[in-house]
Design a protein around this ligand. Structure first.
Ligand code: NCD
Length: 472
């Protein structure tokens, strides 16, 4: 088997819960196959005959659900579906794990949208068949990212080194989270332009800064320019492409980046359904993309993308502008999802040559897993691991993304938590009176090896576990 065949073959049986589940080469392979499908659907007509896809949509959807269903039918497969939690046994208190085991016994593939963050990851762990995340709360939407990357690649001829502005609700918009991670991996410059109060969440920015090799510059170091261009910018992610960039002062190289304009504007609506207060729902300065904006410096060559549905953030007056690609982007959903389904089900009939080949492929950073049960909980109340039905069986799951001071990232929803105090597991070999805990941000904490770190949310928790206060 040659390299190209290995990439295609390697996707069979896999799940796609996060965009980081596939390497760059694998993402590019799916997109190349999607281009092949878009050009000529004929060879794919019957490749999934006899296969059944469970289409489970527990949140509103038009494009994603209908394009997944259309994709499976175009491949010759069949569907079973559920579109309302109230109509399933989840409403009777059934756990996601039990549902996954049952549906995994009926269908060959599960596509699921669910409001809990990390829900698709849990279903993927228990289903025994491939699971595709069609949106898990405000966390991720990796197949929308495939559609976004497909459109960008078709339009710009490449995935590498793009310059993209992410616009609107970057806090709750799951599409921008998956897209930002993927773009960073392809060496992009990302401009963050949120409505005020809707900046990208801390854990997303933190992951960009720790996992993808680029540099994150926060808005306060970027100078304001006079009304022209893309500013005010909240944050900028840069992949250094030359050594001089690294040597330069961050705000200078950031300003240079901004002056070069962007390849695409990625616009998103306010995600009202995820908000808790009425005030949030009516922000005063939500940025609008219209004809006037597209005439400004830096946007002359920018294409406009939007995952849709749009509300007021994207003016109707640009619909006929050749740079507006959002309806085309939505139509790509079918060939992109046909390619993905056929690969995961091992039914793909063709070997395609990726348009881009990455010598050194991207792999996720292997952060050490945090294995001690010290009562630390994910701080995100929307995380699947914090739901009463799931708490009964689902372990809290973390990786250690930094050790000075220690920071844990939730394995389901990516939210981070910083414990208050630490101790060493080696203390268990000591008599109880010598078991000491220390502040997490102390010199002592830095002397404990990651595999021995015991992390506690509070001093009381450490004391309850038999530790006494040590040196500060
Ligand atoms: C997006 C979603 O559901 O996250 N829509 C989609 O899948 N195309 C974006 C949105 O709802 O705003």
């Amino acid at each position: 088997m040659n390299n190209v065949e290995m990439v295609g073959h390697g996707l069979s049986g896999r799940s796609f819960a996060s965009v980081d589940d596939f390497s760059n080469q694998e993402l590019a392979y799916v997109l190349s196959l999607a281009a092949d499908v878009a050009e000529n659907r004929e060879p794919f007509t019957d490749v999934c005959r006899g296969k059944i896809m469970a289409s489970l949509f527990f949140e509103a959807s038009t494009r994603t659900r209908l394009s997944f269903d259309t994709a499976m039918l175009r491949l010759g497969g069949q569907l079973v579906s559920a579109v309302d939690v109230g109509a399933t046994s989840l409403a009777k208190g059934e756990t996601l794990a039990d549902m996954a085991r049952v549906v995994g016994g009926y269908a060959d593939l599960i596509v699921m949208r669910h409001p809990w963050e990390g829900a698709a990851r849990v279903v993927a762990e228990y289903a025994g068949v491939p699971v595709i995340n069609a949106g898990d709360g405000g966390h991720e939407h990796p197949t929308q990212t495939l559609c976004d990357l497909f459109t960008l690649q078709q339009e710009r001829g490449r995935l590498q080194g793009l310059r993209i502005a992410l616009w609107g609700d970057l806090k709750y918009g799951r599409t921008v989270h998956s897209l930002a991670f993927a773009l960073a991996r392809f060496g992009a410059t990302i401009v963050f332009r949120p409505g005020s109060g809707f900046a990208a969440p801390e854990h997303v920015l933190s992951k960009l800064a720790t996992d993808y090799g680029g540099e994150l510059v926060h808005g306060d170091v970027l100078s304001q320019s006079e009304g022209e261009g893309v500013l005010p910018v909240d944050a900028l992610y840069m992949t250094p492409h030359s050594p001089h960039q690294l040597a330069m002062l961050p705000h200078l190289s950031a300003q240079l980046e901004l002056d070069r304009g962007v390849d695409a504007l990625y616009v998103t609506r306010l995600q009202k359904e995820r908000m808790q207060t009425q005030a949030d729902m009516k922000p005063e300065d939500y940025p609008v993309v219209d004809r006037k904006l597209l005439r400004k410096k830096g946007f002359e060559r920018s294409v406009v993308l939007h995952p849709l549905p749009r509300v007021d953030e994207l003016s109707l007056d640009i619909d006929s502008d050749p740079r507006s690609l959002y309806f085309k982007q939505a139509h790509q959903g079918v060939p992109v999802r046909m390619a993905l389904i056929s690969l995961l089900l091992g039914c793909n009939p063709r070997t395609v040559q990726p348009t881009e080949w990455f010598g050194e492929d991207w792999r996720p950073v292997a952060h050490p897993r945090y294995v001690h049960e010290t009562g630390i909980h994910c701080p995100n109340e929307r995380c699947v691991a914090n739901q009463p039905s799931e708490l009964r069986y689902l372990p809290q799951k973390f990786v250690l993304v930094a050790s000075t001071p220690p920071r844990l990232r939730c394995g389901y929803c990516d939210h981070e938590t910083e414990p208050a105090v630490v101790a060493t597991a080696e203390a268990y070999d000591e008599p109880t009176y010598r078991r000491k805990y220390h502040r997490a941000r102390s010199r002592w904490a830095t002397t404990i090896r990651p595999e021995n770190l015991l992390l506690f949310a509070s001093a009381e928790d450490a004391e309850a576990a038999g530790f006494r206060p040590g040196a500060a």
